[in-house]
Ligand binder design. Structure first.
Ligand SMILES: Cc1ncc(COP(=O)(O)O)c(C=O)c1O
Length: 334
Protein backbone atom coordinates (compact mmCIF):
# COMPACT_ATOMS: atom_id res chain seq x y z
CA UNK A 1 0.00 0.00 0.00
CA UNK A 2 1.21 3.52 -0.76
CA UNK A 3 2.73 5.66 1.98
CA UNK A 4 2.31 9.35 2.53
CA UNK A 5 4.12 9.60 5.86
CA UNK A 6 0.85 10.38 7.61
CA UNK A 7 -0.58 6.93 7.21
CA UNK A 8 -2.19 5.20 10.18
CA UNK A 9 -2.96 1.65 11.08
CA UNK A 10 -6.51 0.45 10.94
CA UNK A 11 -7.32 1.39 7.33
CA UNK A 12 -8.94 -1.93 6.70
CA UNK A 13 -11.24 -0.92 3.86
CA UNK A 14 -8.36 0.68 1.95
CA UNK A 15 -6.37 -2.54 2.42
CA UNK A 16 -9.33 -4.65 1.28
CA UNK A 17 -9.55 -2.59 -1.92
CA UNK A 18 -5.80 -2.55 -2.48
CA UNK A 19 -5.31 -6.31 -2.13
CA UNK A 20 -8.73 -7.32 -3.47
CA UNK A 21 -9.72 -9.31 -0.36
CA UNK A 22 -13.10 -8.60 1.33
CA UNK A 23 -12.82 -6.57 4.56
CA UNK A 24 -14.49 -9.33 6.61
CA UNK A 25 -11.62 -11.76 5.95
CA UNK A 26 -8.85 -9.56 7.33
CA UNK A 27 -6.98 -9.93 10.58
CA UNK A 28 -6.08 -6.32 11.37
CA UNK A 29 -2.80 -6.16 13.31
CA UNK A 30 -1.89 -2.73 11.98
CA UNK A 31 -2.81 -0.86 15.17
CA UNK A 32 -1.82 -0.96 18.84
CA UNK A 33 -5.35 -1.46 20.11
CA UNK A 34 -6.01 -4.04 22.84
CA UNK A 35 -8.00 -6.84 21.16
CA UNK A 36 -9.56 -7.70 24.56
CA UNK A 37 -11.33 -4.39 25.11
CA UNK A 38 -12.85 -3.25 28.38
CA UNK A 39 -16.32 -4.87 28.48
CA UNK A 40 -18.93 -2.24 27.80
CA UNK A 41 -21.74 -1.77 30.32
CA UNK A 42 -25.26 -0.79 29.29
CA UNK A 43 -25.46 3.00 28.94
CA UNK A 44 -28.65 4.48 30.46
CA UNK A 45 -31.01 6.07 27.91
CA UNK A 46 -30.73 9.48 29.54
CA UNK A 47 -26.98 9.55 28.89
CA UNK A 48 -27.76 9.34 25.17
CA UNK A 49 -30.64 11.75 25.35
CA UNK A 50 -29.26 14.63 27.48
CA UNK A 51 -26.47 17.01 26.56
CA UNK A 52 -23.14 16.03 28.09
CA UNK A 53 -22.82 17.54 31.58
CA UNK A 54 -19.46 18.78 32.83
CA UNK A 55 -20.67 18.17 36.38
CA UNK A 56 -21.22 14.46 35.83
CA UNK A 57 -18.34 13.55 38.16
CA UNK A 58 -15.88 12.58 35.41
CA UNK A 59 -13.15 15.02 36.45
CA UNK A 60 -13.34 13.92 40.10
CA UNK A 61 -13.26 10.28 38.98
CA UNK A 62 -10.15 10.94 36.89
CA UNK A 63 -8.47 12.70 39.83
CA UNK A 64 -9.25 9.81 42.11
CA UNK A 65 -8.38 7.00 39.72
CA UNK A 66 -5.05 8.57 38.76
CA UNK A 67 -4.40 10.07 42.22
CA UNK A 68 -3.70 13.49 40.80
CA UNK A 69 -2.55 16.40 42.91
CA UNK A 70 -5.28 19.00 43.56
CA UNK A 71 -3.85 21.73 41.28
CA UNK A 72 -3.83 19.42 38.26
CA UNK A 73 -6.04 20.36 35.32
CA UNK A 74 -8.24 17.61 33.84
CA UNK A 75 -9.78 18.01 30.40
CA UNK A 76 -11.76 15.18 28.76
CA UNK A 77 -11.12 14.99 25.02
CA UNK A 78 -12.71 13.36 21.98
CA UNK A 79 -9.52 11.25 21.68
CA UNK A 80 -6.04 12.46 22.59
CA UNK A 81 -5.69 13.37 18.91
CA UNK A 82 -7.83 16.46 19.61
CA UNK A 83 -5.18 17.87 21.95
CA UNK A 84 -2.38 16.91 19.57
CA UNK A 85 -4.06 19.06 16.92
CA UNK A 86 -5.09 21.98 19.14
CA UNK A 87 -2.21 22.46 21.60
CA UNK A 88 -0.04 24.03 18.87
CA UNK A 89 -2.71 26.70 18.30
CA UNK A 90 -2.29 27.93 21.89
CA UNK A 91 1.31 29.14 21.49
CA UNK A 92 3.08 31.91 19.67
CA UNK A 93 5.72 30.77 17.15
CA UNK A 94 7.83 28.26 19.06
CA UNK A 95 10.75 25.90 18.49
CA UNK A 96 9.48 22.39 18.98
CA UNK A 97 11.34 19.07 19.30
CA UNK A 98 9.45 15.88 18.48
CA UNK A 99 10.90 12.34 18.56
CA UNK A 100 11.47 10.46 15.32
CA UNK A 101 10.43 7.82 14.64
CA UNK A 102 7.30 8.64 16.61
CA UNK A 103 3.56 9.13 16.21
CA UNK A 104 3.64 11.41 13.15
CA UNK A 105 0.63 13.54 14.08
CA UNK A 106 2.70 15.57 16.54
CA UNK A 107 5.09 16.83 13.86
CA UNK A 108 2.20 17.45 11.46
CA UNK A 109 0.15 19.46 13.96
CA UNK A 110 3.00 21.70 15.14
CA UNK A 111 4.06 22.31 11.54
CA UNK A 112 0.51 23.07 10.44
CA UNK A 113 0.27 25.73 13.15
CA UNK A 114 3.42 27.42 11.80
CA UNK A 115 5.96 26.42 14.47
CA UNK A 116 9.61 25.55 13.79
CA UNK A 117 9.62 21.79 14.27
CA UNK A 118 12.75 19.68 14.69
CA UNK A 119 12.18 15.94 14.38
CA UNK A 120 14.85 14.59 16.76
CA UNK A 121 16.14 10.98 16.91
CA UNK A 122 15.22 9.44 20.25
CA UNK A 123 18.85 9.16 21.34
CA UNK A 124 19.46 12.89 20.68
CA UNK A 125 16.39 14.16 22.51
CA UNK A 126 18.24 15.11 25.70
CA UNK A 127 20.54 17.41 23.72
CA UNK A 128 17.55 19.20 22.15
CA UNK A 129 16.02 20.30 25.48
CA UNK A 130 17.94 23.56 25.76
CA UNK A 131 17.39 24.54 22.13
CA UNK A 132 13.57 24.48 22.04
CA UNK A 133 10.49 25.99 23.71
CA UNK A 134 8.32 22.89 23.51
CA UNK A 135 9.42 19.29 23.73
CA UNK A 136 7.07 16.46 22.87
CA UNK A 137 7.93 13.04 24.25
CA UNK A 138 5.91 9.85 23.67
CA UNK A 139 6.09 7.51 26.70
CA UNK A 140 6.36 4.68 25.70
CA UNK A 141 7.26 5.76 22.21
CA UNK A 142 5.08 4.53 19.37
CA UNK A 143 6.46 2.67 17.43
CA UNK A 144 9.87 2.01 19.06
CA UNK A 145 8.71 1.50 22.66
CA UNK A 146 11.49 3.71 24.05
CA UNK A 147 10.98 4.77 27.67
CA UNK A 148 12.74 7.48 29.66
CA UNK A 149 12.98 7.63 33.45
CA UNK A 150 10.32 10.04 34.79
CA UNK A 151 13.07 11.85 36.72
CA UNK A 152 14.83 12.68 33.46
CA UNK A 153 11.62 13.99 31.91
CA UNK A 154 10.99 16.14 34.99
CA UNK A 155 14.51 17.55 34.69
CA UNK A 156 13.75 18.46 31.06
CA UNK A 157 10.50 20.06 32.18
CA UNK A 158 12.30 22.16 34.80
CA UNK A 159 14.69 23.45 32.13
CA UNK A 160 11.93 24.19 29.60
CA UNK A 161 9.69 25.97 32.06
CA UNK A 162 12.33 28.57 32.96
CA UNK A 163 11.71 30.08 29.51
CA UNK A 164 7.94 29.59 29.49
CA UNK A 165 8.27 26.29 27.67
CA UNK A 166 6.17 23.14 27.74
CA UNK A 167 6.93 19.46 28.13
CA UNK A 168 4.16 17.44 26.52
CA UNK A 169 4.24 13.73 27.32
CA UNK A 170 1.98 11.57 25.17
CA UNK A 171 1.08 8.65 27.45
CA UNK A 172 -1.32 6.99 24.99
CA UNK A 173 0.24 3.56 25.72
CA UNK A 174 1.33 4.15 29.34
CA UNK A 175 -0.95 1.49 30.83
CA UNK A 176 1.51 -1.12 29.54
CA UNK A 177 4.19 0.40 31.84
CA UNK A 178 2.39 2.48 34.50
CA UNK A 179 5.52 3.03 36.60
CA UNK A 180 6.79 5.34 33.86
CA UNK A 181 3.82 7.73 34.03
CA UNK A 182 4.27 11.34 35.10
CA UNK A 183 0.76 11.40 36.61
CA UNK A 184 1.97 11.81 40.21
CA UNK A 185 4.11 14.84 39.23
CA UNK A 186 1.35 16.77 37.47
CA UNK A 187 0.12 20.17 38.62
CA UNK A 188 3.17 22.24 37.66
CA UNK A 189 3.01 24.92 34.97
CA UNK A 190 4.13 23.84 31.51
CA UNK A 191 3.79 20.10 32.15
CA UNK A 192 1.12 18.32 30.10
CA UNK A 193 0.20 14.67 29.72
CA UNK A 194 -2.08 13.06 27.13
CA UNK A 195 -4.01 9.86 27.84
CA UNK A 196 -6.08 7.74 25.47
CA UNK A 197 -8.92 5.26 25.94
CA UNK A 198 -8.21 3.83 22.49
CA UNK A 199 -5.22 1.62 23.29
CA UNK A 200 -5.19 -0.29 26.62
CA UNK A 201 -8.97 -0.01 27.08
CA UNK A 202 -9.45 -0.98 23.42
CA UNK A 203 -12.06 1.70 22.74
CA UNK A 204 -10.49 3.49 19.76
CA UNK A 205 -13.84 4.06 18.06
CA UNK A 206 -15.26 5.81 21.13
CA UNK A 207 -12.91 8.78 20.63
CA UNK A 208 -12.04 9.41 24.26
CA UNK A 209 -8.94 10.84 25.87
CA UNK A 210 -7.66 13.22 28.51
CA UNK A 211 -5.39 16.24 28.74
CA UNK A 212 -3.87 16.41 32.24
CA UNK A 213 -1.56 18.92 33.85
CA UNK A 214 -1.15 22.69 33.60
CA UNK A 215 -4.64 23.91 34.55
CA UNK A 216 -4.38 27.14 32.54
CA UNK A 217 -3.51 25.24 29.38
CA UNK A 218 -6.35 22.77 30.02
CA UNK A 219 -8.73 25.71 30.35
CA UNK A 220 -7.46 27.36 27.17
CA UNK A 221 -7.83 24.10 25.27
CA UNK A 222 -11.35 23.65 26.64
CA UNK A 223 -12.14 27.03 25.06
CA UNK A 224 -10.80 25.83 21.73
CA UNK A 225 -12.82 22.61 21.89
CA UNK A 226 -16.07 24.43 22.66
CA UNK A 227 -19.06 22.98 24.49
CA UNK A 228 -20.04 19.27 24.35
CA UNK A 229 -16.92 18.17 22.48
CA UNK A 230 -16.99 14.82 24.30
CA UNK A 231 -20.24 12.87 24.01
CA UNK A 232 -22.26 11.88 27.08
CA UNK A 233 -21.75 8.15 26.37
CA UNK A 234 -17.98 8.68 26.04
CA UNK A 235 -17.90 10.55 29.38
CA UNK A 236 -19.99 7.82 31.03
CA UNK A 237 -17.71 5.05 29.79
CA UNK A 238 -14.45 6.87 30.63
CA UNK A 239 -15.55 7.33 34.23
CA UNK A 240 -16.42 3.67 34.68
CA UNK A 241 -13.45 2.26 32.79
CA UNK A 242 -11.03 4.28 34.92
CA UNK A 243 -12.67 3.08 38.12
CA UNK A 244 -12.54 -0.58 37.07
CA UNK A 245 -9.22 -1.40 38.73
CA UNK A 246 -9.91 -5.14 38.79
CA UNK A 247 -10.25 -5.24 34.98
CA UNK A 248 -7.16 -3.07 34.58
CA UNK A 249 -5.10 -5.40 36.79
CA UNK A 250 -6.16 -8.57 35.04
CA UNK A 251 -5.89 -6.99 31.61
CA UNK A 252 -2.37 -5.80 32.33
CA UNK A 253 -1.36 -9.31 33.41
CA UNK A 254 -2.92 -10.86 30.34
CA UNK A 255 -1.39 -8.25 28.04
CA UNK A 256 2.10 -8.78 29.47
CA UNK A 257 1.86 -12.51 28.71
CA UNK A 258 0.44 -11.82 25.25
CA UNK A 259 3.19 -9.26 24.59
CA UNK A 260 5.87 -11.87 25.40
CA UNK A 261 4.11 -14.37 23.16
CA UNK A 262 3.98 -11.90 20.25
CA UNK A 263 7.67 -11.10 20.70
CA UNK A 264 8.53 -14.80 20.59
CA UNK A 265 6.30 -15.52 17.57
CA UNK A 266 7.91 -12.74 15.51
CA UNK A 267 11.50 -13.19 16.68
CA UNK A 268 11.51 -16.99 16.39
CA UNK A 269 9.96 -17.10 12.93
CA UNK A 270 11.81 -14.18 11.32
CA UNK A 271 15.05 -14.23 13.32
CA UNK A 272 14.79 -10.53 14.20
CA UNK A 273 14.99 -8.52 17.42
CA UNK A 274 11.95 -6.38 18.20
CA UNK A 275 11.22 -3.47 20.50
CA UNK A 276 7.86 -1.90 21.41
CA UNK A 277 5.22 -2.47 24.08
CA UNK A 278 2.93 -5.31 25.11
CA UNK A 279 0.42 -4.02 22.53
CA UNK A 280 2.74 -4.01 19.50
CA UNK A 281 6.22 -5.08 18.38
CA UNK A 282 8.44 -3.07 16.02
CA UNK A 283 11.68 -3.70 14.19
CA UNK A 284 13.71 -2.16 11.40
CA UNK A 285 13.33 -4.47 8.44
CA UNK A 286 14.95 -4.07 5.02
CA UNK A 287 12.38 -6.56 3.62
CA UNK A 288 9.43 -4.63 5.09
CA UNK A 289 7.54 -4.26 1.82
CA UNK A 290 7.91 -7.94 0.90
CA UNK A 291 6.85 -9.15 4.36
CA UNK A 292 3.85 -6.81 4.44
CA UNK A 293 2.86 -8.07 1.00
CA UNK A 294 3.18 -11.75 1.93
CA UNK A 295 1.07 -11.28 5.08
CA UNK A 296 -1.48 -9.24 3.13
CA UNK A 297 -1.93 -12.11 0.70
CA UNK A 298 -3.04 -14.10 3.78
CA UNK A 299 -5.36 -11.20 4.70
CA UNK A 300 -3.23 -10.11 7.65
CA UNK A 301 -2.75 -6.36 7.80
CA UNK A 302 0.37 -5.01 9.51
CA UNK A 303 1.90 -1.55 9.63
CA UNK A 304 4.87 -0.62 7.46
CA UNK A 305 7.10 2.42 8.01
CA UNK A 306 9.22 3.96 5.31
CA UNK A 307 11.89 6.02 7.07
CA UNK A 308 13.46 3.98 8.55
CA UNK A 309 12.16 0.90 6.74
CA UNK A 310 10.38 -0.97 9.51
CA UNK A 311 7.37 -3.04 10.49
CA UNK A 312 4.99 -3.02 13.45
CA UNK A 313 2.63 -5.85 14.39
CA UNK A 314 -0.15 -5.48 16.97
CA UNK A 315 -1.50 -8.15 19.35
CA UNK A 316 -3.81 -10.83 17.98
CA UNK A 317 -6.79 -11.64 20.22
CA UNK A 318 -8.46 -14.98 19.46
CA UNK A 319 -6.39 -18.18 19.49
CA UNK A 320 -7.26 -18.74 15.85
CA UNK A 321 -5.75 -15.33 15.00
CA UNK A 322 -2.50 -16.25 16.75
CA UNK A 323 -2.41 -19.41 14.65
CA UNK A 324 -2.97 -17.45 11.44
CA UNK A 325 -0.18 -15.00 12.24
CA UNK A 326 2.26 -17.73 13.23
CA UNK A 327 1.55 -19.78 10.09
CA UNK A 328 1.87 -16.75 7.81
CA UNK A 329 5.18 -15.69 9.41
CA UNK A 330 6.55 -19.24 9.23
CA UNK A 331 5.81 -19.33 5.49
CA UNK A 332 8.08 -16.35 4.85
CA UNK A 333 11.47 -17.53 3.50
CA UNK A 334 14.35 -16.44 5.80
C1 LIG B 1 1.24 7.77 20.48
C2 LIG B 1 -0.18 8.12 20.12
N1 LIG B 1 -0.74 9.19 20.69
C3 LIG B 1 -2.01 9.54 20.42
C4 LIG B 1 -2.78 8.82 19.53
C5 LIG B 1 -4.18 9.27 19.26
O1 LIG B 1 -5.08 8.36 19.87
P1 LIG B 1 -6.56 8.74 20.27
O2 LIG B 1 -6.92 10.02 19.58
O3 LIG B 1 -7.39 7.59 19.83
O4 LIG B 1 -6.57 8.91 21.78
C6 LIG B 1 -2.23 7.71 18.90
C7 LIG B 1 -3.03 6.93 17.94
O5 LIG B 1 -2.58 6.00 17.31
C8 LIG B 1 -0.90 7.34 19.22
O6 LIG B 1 -0.32 6.27 18.66
Amino acid sequence: MAHDGQEHGGRLHAAARHWGIPATRWLDLSTGINPRAWPLPVIPDQVWQRLPDEDDGLSAAVRQALQLQPATGVLPLPGSQAAIQLLPTLRRASRVAVPTPGYAEHVAAWRAAGHAVQPVPVAAMARAVDTVDVLVWIQPNNPTGDLLPPAELLDWHARLVTRGGWLIVDEAFIETCPDYSLQSALGRPGLLVLRSFGKFFGLAGLRAGLLLGDAEVCEALAGQLGPWAVSGPARYLMQRALADHAWQRSSRRHMAAAGCRLTAVIEDTLGVTTTGTDLFRYWEEPRAEEIQERLAREAILIRRFVDPTALRIGLPGAEQDWGRLQAALQAIPR
